[in-house]
Write a protein that binds this ligand. Sequence first.
Ligand code: GAR
Length: 218
Amino acid sequence: MSVRRITVLISGGGSNLQALIDARDQGRLKVEISLVISSRADAFGLERARKAGIPTSILQQDEFPRRADYDRKLAELIAVGSPDLVVLAGFMRIVGPEVLQRFAGKLINLHPSLLPLHRGTNTYERAIKSGDTEHGASVHFVTADLDAGPVISQVRIPIDAQDQPATLAARLSPREHQLLVATVELFSHCPVECTHGVITLDGETLKQPLVLDPNGFF
Ligand code: GAR
């Protein structure tokens, strides 16, 4: 089934959420953003959602001493938006088993590295320190292992000799926005499935992640 409704999970600025909203408003992305859930009450992304008329929910972990309770509540909230796809766009919480089970195959995450390189945090710093010549971002299916699910798509950018984490992040950011839009657009056009770690696009096995071209398409 192609994706018609998405729910977006955020924790911060929400620039990637904004890219989805803009693509929707421009008619490129033919999906309804039915709900935005933030793990922080002060996330600027919530403002972006409200301005765009998208319902919002806040779910802060410190209100739930037990991880499993947070996870259960998150699953309940996600279900409110009846999404075909749940997009983690800067959501800085680990998704627990209840959410993973209930939305199996429907959870994707944007991560700022060329996975499987640099899972976790501080990816820009680690790419520079490792002497990598390229950095980038990946969209992958979410599994129980952090940033380790099957990768659907990537964007690559060169690392310059004078790059600092901040300059690299600033250069990647607009490309990351394009990557997320193009990937959600893909889900809206054709069935993208993930079974036993294997991704299929319209029934065809995806052997390598799709790579974004300079114009923001696959
Ligand atoms: C993005 O760079 C995204 O790749 C990263 O958080 C940022 C959110 O920016 N995600 C992760 O690090 C997840 N591990 P935004 O709030 O402006 O969209």
